[in-house]
Design a protein. Structure first.
Lengths: 102, 620, 159
């Protein structure tokens, strides 16, 4: 077993997170927004796994499992919402779906 | 026996409550019965108290009904106090009050607000009684404000005419100036002497303050302010002539017989305090003298029958102040009583004239009415004789005593006396000008009207005629109250009043009556030819306007105030609060723009926040 | 093992970049699957084989297939490519990229310099903890999934 610098693991997670962030803030297609959200969630999970192997504990992996569950539920609800919104407004542009401004 | 002192204001108060709450449901006879009856009962109670008081040794009586307020070391009781001065006042208030109420049952019978009239009248009598039987200044102040309120309500009784409302407000605001001064006076007395109980307060004051000390001067000046406001003396006299907007019985009861003399009562009640401040006492005399002269001149020029009587009231209260100022306390109270008799008589007579002639107020539209209105003529004849101090009428005795008291003062005494005599001369002129113009000469209108009269209206007039004629022979039991002052005055009296002066005091009013006769009855001189002189014309218009006091106050107070309120129409202080409103509206507009509904902007702002937080953690 | 880490990491970064740059939804999805698989490789290199498997099966398998189904249902394909291009002029990238860079540099400066002794934490340890101290969390996760299932069914129902 060889060693990997801890900060490299964190750097990878941060880079993935930043990319996801750019995706969320840039894209107007709601499907892409949801995908970018998945990237960010995954990056967060990566941090837990890196921590888990740094200290040799299994707790980090369990956190990742929780995030996995969360992601599954979130994707299910999110996709259902996308379907419903598309039925109603015939678009996937989130800028059109701005009724929340009141 | 003296426990029934508390019943005195109770009956009018009950009458007020009954009429106020149930007046709308009662028939008019019932309202009249309750209104006048409550005062009648009060009068009987007053008699039942006064009789044993007079037959006894005339010692003062105190009776505490209950403790009103008790805060820290301050305690104000609902305490009642009876001495000679109070006896005179309660008899005048309930006696004259009852007669005027009785008269009102006839006078006001056609008024739609019959019950409201009697309700407020009863409340007034209750307040006035509380004022005079209070044993402490706080309770006195309660009555003081109570009569002020009733005065306001009754001046504006016919409130549908805005003029009347204006007169009521003027009276209220003007007396408020005096009342504020009096309230400050009470504060001063309490902080300095630690009590508001009148008797102990006077004792403390005499113990702690030297004659002419600063506190005594300040306290008496402030109390004088209150008295001046209530009694319509210079410089707060302007409200009384306008107060004649109310029904005539009101003018008789409140603005002639009782309320306006409350200031006289206050000063008489607090006289040991005023004796500690001789300069202020002299000021009282000077105010009285100036007021009686100014009001006398003005009364000669007025056309309105009630305004003439109002100015004459101011002038007569000026005499009372003159008496107070020269230390002739009992003479002042004596004049207060006789004035209540003959001025009530005059006002009620004027009420009969006005009612009979269908609310005609201008005396120059009357004339030759003595055949037409015999009862009113008799009232006016007797009332004016008393007012002008015709020998052996009631006014003669009381005014005489005041003038003799004025002579007793060293130094300025002769001048005060001279001023009073000149005032008496003008009193003769204006009182008989009224009589001659209204009742003699040829009729100038209203030929056909008969006299409105009935037992309810005639009886009080007859009783008051008797009192006005013979009231001077009543001996008022105030010697114990003013014992030291009276002794002092008597000592001076011995050597300073000569027969010549007595003769002058008798002749001068007669001269006034004679001049009035020459002008207005015999027609030897004519007012209109006198008016052709420019000086006389100027003087006439100046006097007619009440020496321009209204204009002066308008210039000094009203116009600047109106100007200020005009300038400050958009309240300056308000701009601060308006600023807060503008700021929050602006903030709202800004934050509304941030709520675009665009999700990416929301995320972006969250990211900016996170970046800031991370940078804080990382770079700091 | 470190070679696996760096290779997987590089593939994950590049494919993720393609995900956010793509205009075709299906292509983007494929890149996302690739990225997730690369992350699974990274997990494996970090000594977490169980999690790596789950990543591949659940994330890259199940969830992405869900996406694929939805994309097929909405019929977003060739027709929306032009639309996507019109939505993505170069200037819209500026602010997000700047912000993400600042955030990244902020995070970078706070990393502790340390090294990881890669030791395998296998299924045994994970499942031991999972059904030991964390059993309540597992139950809650199952509730979450149930709630997600019901709400997804409810929301996607056509009225």
């Amino acid at each position: 077993m060889d060693t990997i610098p801890f900060e490299h693991g964190l750097l990878l997670a941060s880079a993935l997170f930043a990319l996801g962030l750019v995706g969320v803030t840039t894209r107007r297609n709601i499907v892409f927004v949801l995908m970018s959200l998945e990237i960010m969630l995954n990056a967060t999970g990566l941090v837990f796994v890196v921590g888990s192997s740094k200290w040799g504990h299994a707790d980090g992996q369990i956190m990742f499992l929780m995030i996995l569950t969360l992601a599954a539920a979130e994707v299910a609800v999110g996709l259902a919402l996308i379907i419903q919104l598309y039925r109603r407004f015939k678009t996937v542009d989130i800028d059109v779906l701005s009724q929340l401004k009141g | 026996m003296f426990e029934s002192l508390g019943l005195l204001p109770t009956f009018p108060l009950l009458g007020f409550l009954t009429l106020f709450l149930a007046g709308g449901f009662l028939p008019r006879r019932m309202i009249g019965l309750i209104g006048a009856g409550s005062i009648g009962l009060s009068f009987l109670v007053a008699l039942s108290i006064v009789m044993p008081f007079l037959s006894g040794d005339s010692e003062e009586v105190r009776h505490v009904v209950y403790t009103w307020l008790s805060v820290g070391n301050f305690e104000s009781t609902f305490g009642l106090y009876l001495d000679g001065l109070t006896v005179v006042m309660i008899l005048v208030i309930t006696g004259v009050g009852f007669l005027i109420h009785l008269y009102s049952t006839g006078f006001m019978i056609d008024d739609p607000s019959f019950s409201r009239f009697f309700a407020i009248m009863n409340l007034f009598v209750a307040s006035m009684l509380i004022l005079v039987i209070a044993d402490n200044l706080l309770l006195l102040y309660l009555g003081w404000e109570g009569v002020g309120l009733c005065s306001y309500l009754l001046i504006g009784f016919w409130y549908t005419d805005p003029e009347n409302g204006y007169a009521a407000r003027k009276a209220f605001v003007t007396t408020r100036v005096g009342d504020t001064s009096m309230a400050i006076g009470l504060f001063l007395l309490f902080t300095q002497l630690g009590t508001l109980d009148i008797q102990s307060l006077l004792v403390f004051a005499q113990d702690r303050w030297d004659i002419g000390s600063g506190f005594a001067i300040a306290a008496t000046l402030l109390l004088l302010g209150g008295a001046v406001g209530k009694s319509a003396q210079l410089p707060l006299q302007t409200w009384l002539p306008d107060a004649m907007a109310g029904p005539t019985p009101i003018s008789a009861l409140i603005h002639a017989a009782t309320m306006v003399t409350a200031g006289v009562y206050l000063i008489a009640r607090m006289h040991p305090l005023f004796e500690l401040a001789p300069n202020v006492q002299l000021l009282v005399a000077l105010i009285g003298l100036a007021t009686l002269l100014i009001a006398g001149f003005t009364a000669m020029t007025q056309h309105d029958i009630k305004r003439i009587l109002a100015y004459s009231t101011i002038s007569q209260i000026g005499y009372m102040f003159l008496g107070l100022g020269v230390g002739a306390w009992s003479a002042s109270i004596f004049h207060l009583m006789t004035h209540a008799f003959f001025k009530a008589l005059l006002f009620l007579g004027a009420g009969t004239v006005i009612l009979s002639l269908h609310h005609e107020h201008d005396i120059f539209k009357m004339g030759g009415k003595w055949r037409q209105l015999p009862v009113a003529f008799a009232s006016f004849m007797i009332g004016s004789l008393a007012l002008a101090a015709f020998p052996f009428t009631s006014g003669y005795f009381s005014k005489d005593e005041i003038l003799i008291g004025a002579l007793a003062v060293e130094g300025v005494g002769l001048w005060l006396w001279l001023g009073g005599v000149v005032g008496a001369f003008f009193t003769g002129i204006y009182s008989f000008r009224l009589v001659f113009v209204v009742f003699f000469g040829e009729s100038r209108g209203h030929h056909d009207e008969g006299e409105v009269t009935g037992l309810a209206m005639a009886l009080p007039l007859f009783v008051l005629m008797v009192l006005a004629l013979l009231g001077g022979f009543i001996h008022i039991p105030v010697d114990n109250v003013f014992s030291h002052g009276a002794a002092l005055g008597a000592a001076h009296e011995e050597h300073s009043v000569s027969t010549f002066m007595h003769a002058v005091m008798i002749v001068v009013p007669l001269l006034g009556i004679g001049v009035s006769y020459l002008f207005y009855c015999a027609g030897v001189f004519s007012v209109s030819s006198l008016m052709k002189l420019p000086l006389a014309k100027t003087l006439h218009s100046f006097w007619y306007s009440g020496w321009g006091f209204d204009c002066l106050y308008k210039l000094l107070f009203i116009s600047p105030f109106l100007w200020l309120s005009k300038v400050n129409r958009r309240d300056v202080v308000d701009t601060f609060y308006a600023g807060i409103v503008v700021l929050s509206v602006f903030g709202n507009a800004v934050s509304v723009r941030s709520q675009s509904g665009l999700l990416r902007w929301y995320i972006l702002s969250i990211v900016i926040g996170i970046v800031l937080l991370v940078s804080l953690g990382a770079f700091l | 093992m470190s070679f696996l880490f760096y290779a997987g990491g590089a593939v994950a970064l590049i494919s993720t970049l393609f995900v956010i740059l793509q205009t075709n939804v299906v292509h983007a999805l494929i890149y996302l699957v690739l990225s997730l698989l690369a992350v699974a490789v990274v997990f494996f290199s970090l000594g977490a084989p169980f999690v790596a498997l789950l990543e591949a099966i659940v994330y890259a398998g199940a969830i992405m297939v869900l996406f694929l189904f939805v994309v097929m249902m909405l019929n977003l394909g060739q027709t929306t490519r032009e639309q996507e291009k019109a939505w993505l002029p170069p200037r819209v990238w500026l602010i997000p990229v700047v912000l993400a860079t600042v955030l990244l540099s902020g995070l970078l400066s706070s990393f502790p310099a340390n090294s990881i002794e890669v030791t395998e934490v296998g299924v045994m340890e994970v499942s031991g903890l999972l059904f030991g101290p964390y059993v309540l969390a597992v139950e809650l996760a199952s509730f979450l999934l149930l709630a997600g299932l019901i709400s997804a069914y409810h929301l996607a129902k056509s009225r």
